[in-house]
Structure formats: C-alpha cells, structure tokens
Ligand binder design. Sequence first.
Ligand code: HEM
Length: 509
Amino acid sequence: MGSVLEILSGSVVALVAIYLCMRFLKTPRNLPPGPFAWPLIGSLHLIGPYPQRALLKLANQYGPLISVWFGQRLIIVATSPETAMEFVKTQDANFCSRPQQQAPTILLPHDLTFSDVTPHSKHLRKIFTMQFTTSKKVEAAQQLRADEFKHMLSTIPQEGWVNVKFHLEVLAGNVFSQLIMGKRLLQPTSHDEEVNDSTEKLKDLMTITADLDRIIGTFNPGDFIPAFKKLDLQGLGSRFKQFRSRMDTFIAKILEERLELRKNRDPKEQSREKDYLDALLDESDQKTNAIDLNVVKTMLWEIYAAGMETNIASSEWAMAEMVNSPESMRKCQEELDAVVGHERMVQESDLAKLPYVKAVVKETLRLHPPVPFLAHQCIKSCKAFGYDIKAGTSVFVNVWGMGRLEKVFPDAEKFYPDRFLPGGSNAGIDYQGQNFELLPFGTGRRICAGMPIASLMVQTVVATLMHAYNWTPPKDIELMEGLGAASLSKAVPLRAYTKARLAPHLYKY
Ligand code: HEM
C-alpha cells in the first residue's frame, strides 16, 4: 500500500515538475512582474469575486504594470495614468482589439462593443453616432428627456420611502426605448411602484436587458481555460443559445410591427422623426452592406446592454453617495437653489452653470465606474515599457483601481466632490478621455460611443433629484458593489426617504 502511495505521489510531483518546465519554456520571459501562476488555474485563486479589488491589491504589491495568468490566458493589467496611456493612447491602434468571450460571441454576434475594430464595426459605430450623439440628435431629443424627468417627479411620492433604483430604471427605460424604437417602456400609474399589466411585454424587455448584463458579466471558466469550454461541464454554451432565442423571440415582434409599418407607409406622408430602429432598417434596405436583420437585432440589444445598465448603475451610485453625504447634498442644493430657484424644474441648459453637480458625477464615476476595466487586446506583437507583449495578449486598464490611487486622489476612499472644484486636489480633471487619471468612459478608438448622452443623463438625474427633494438615508445604508454582472451596480437597491422642496405644481405631470 505504502509503495503505491509513494509511486502515486512521485508521479504527481514529476507531472507538476514537467508542467512547470514546459510552462517556463513556453512562457515569454520578458513580461511585467506578477504573481506565481499554478498549472491550469494560473493565478485565478487570487482573483476572487471582486477582480477589480484583487487586481488593485496585486498592483500595490508588484507595480502599475503586471502580468496575471487568468487560467491559461495572460492578462497585462495597467493601474496608473502612465501605463494606461501607453495602451489606450500611445499604442491605441495596436491595442484596440477585444479579448474574445464566449457569451457575447453567442448573444451579440457581429456587434460593436465586443468585436474587433473592422470596417463593419466602424460602420456600425457611425450609424450609432449619427443617431445618438451628434449635437443635433442630442438637442432634438431634449424635450423627450425633459418630459420623462417631469414624469419621474410625478411618480415619486412628495414624502415617504422610495425605491430610488426603480424610478431610475423607469426613467432610463422610457428615454432609451423612445430613442431606440419610438416606444415608452414602463408606465407606472401610481406611487406604489406597480406596473400596469398592459406594459408587461415592455417590462420583459427590462428583465432581458438586466439578464443580458448578468450573463455577460458572469465568470465563465471556459473563457480562460480552453479545455473547460470544449467540455462545457456547466452547459453554458447551450444556456447562452437558449437565452439568445429568448432575445430573438422578443425582438422579432417589435421588428415585425415596424417592418409592417414601413411597408404600409405612404411615401407622401410627412415622415415622423426617425429612431435608431429606422436608421438600422434603412441600412439593411440597402443590400450593399452587411447589415441584415440579424445585425439589426444584435444592435438593438447592444444599445440596451451597453447603455441602460451602466446609466442606471451610475445614477444610483451618485444618489447613494449623495444621500449618505449631508454636507455634499447641502452644497449641491445651495448651488441649485441659486441657479434654478424653487419655481421651476432643472433644465439641461442649466448644467453649464452647475459645477458642483458636475463634480458629484465625476466623483461618482471615480469611485464607482460601472465598467471597472477597459478590456483590450494586442493586435501585433510589440514592446511596452521594455517588456515583450505578444499578439493576442489581453490588456486590462483597471479604471476602478486607478480611481483609488492615493497619490493621485488624496483620501481616495472618501466621497468628496469638492476635490474636482477650483482649488481642490484634482481641479481641472475631467472624464472625457483627456485625463488618464479618470477614464470611466475609456478613451481613444474604443471610447464609449454613448458618452455624451450618458454624461448628460447622469448629471440631469443628480441635479433634478437633489433639487426636487431632501433625502434621508436608511439607518443601515450600505455601499457594497454587487457581483456577477457586467455593470458594477450597488449590491442592494437604494431606498431613501424623500421630502419635496419645490412648488407643488412642479410634481404634476
Ligand atoms: C455612465 C454611463 C456609461 C459608462 C460609464 C460607459 C462606459 C463605457 C466604457 C468604459 C466603454 C469601453 C471603453 C473601452 O473599451 O476603452 C464603453 C463602450 C461603449 N459604450 Fe458606454 N458607458 C456608459 C453609457 C453608455 C450609453 C448610454 C451608451 C449608448 C446609448 C453606451 C454605448 C457604448 C458602446 C456602443 C460602447 C462600445 C464602443 C466600442 O467598443 O467601440 N454607453 N462604455
């Protein structure tokens, strides 16, 4: 018996030794420093449920540029303005590809966000930009957004406990659904947050969007250990396919309706304002490009996936931090009272005169970027900071970690919007891609395509809700991040107590 055990343990030691030798020979040796990588799992055991935290800890230990093996995938992690700049500015053209992931490949094939930069993805980005973010389009939708903000105030009780996240979801759902497909999403009819039965179909859309965000953000071992993908012991491949067919079934009805409408359209009739769906269908009508109805479906979901959850998460974090910070709330309300007064609601045109509101949004996106990493991939083998980076290596910029660098943001864990105001430690820093300390929207070729509208929406949420109500947090307010979703949201939806501050007629819709 003893000798069998000895033989077995001897074999295991020999196998591990052979593996380590092979690994050593195979591994490019001129890499940034990083933790030891075990056979098969690499350093995954160090990552845990909060990768952004774990990678910041490793950066504190090994430096601002590190190599970490996620299973068999090498990831170079940048956690400083200088190292980030190398990949998303200096060598942006060579690092603008995306690491492959199984879920988006099945759920959002040939999309914009998860694809490499190709003529097809550039064309999709152009259509998106023309429809969503040109100043003409942003301006054209101003009234639509103002109506939805007014509607939101009419549904929040003038005094009482409120599920803040619910109202933010309805707001974002209504705004985005009108921009995307000319429909409102949810129409709560009372203060008790009930949703009208007739809007059930539209409620499904919100559920699918949130599920899509969760599925894309769930850790998939097959993305890092190819053998796991082939074996697919968890049955993820078939689960993704089932979910895709749920998405298809839902969107097929909306497409059918719209195609019917377009078929019966009287060409002489005054054409209505085109939405995103129209813009995509116009493209698919021109058979000269590769946009067929499958791409149209993917692009509709993509905007919900990339835009809705990120927007809701940021707005909720901003509100949670403000509700929990009476001093910041007081300063913000003083600014709003001076600029807007109590006889009207905030308008988007006020934002230029509201530096404190802007600082609140910067501070929120510093501490709680909804996309914690910029996930890029090297196209052609190259050198960076003297290290050899091979084609196909993934590069993550830890935006979340960079927001917590003490030497850049003194007292980094504290929510303190004033740091961005004139005279503050971080005055003049903005998040639009010029300052590498703060990159919640990324920068360069892959910068967030929705940044202008996202920034406008989150600022208007903060201004409107801080202006219209006094807020009291629950005794046990927590500010923990949730797990297992692509967008970094609060773990527990925010509830807070409201008390109206404005003239009563402003709460009527
Ligand atoms: C506060 C809200 C938002 C934040 C913080 C955010 C952040 C980001 C980030 C970090 C990226 C990746 C950048 C990179 O890889 O370098 C991204 C990509 C993208 N975002 Fe956003 N986003 C937000 C809202 C939106 C909205 C509202 C939309 C659409 C209406 C949108 C559409 C996109 C698209 C299409 C991409 C892919 C761009 C590409 O890969 O070329 N985002 N976003």
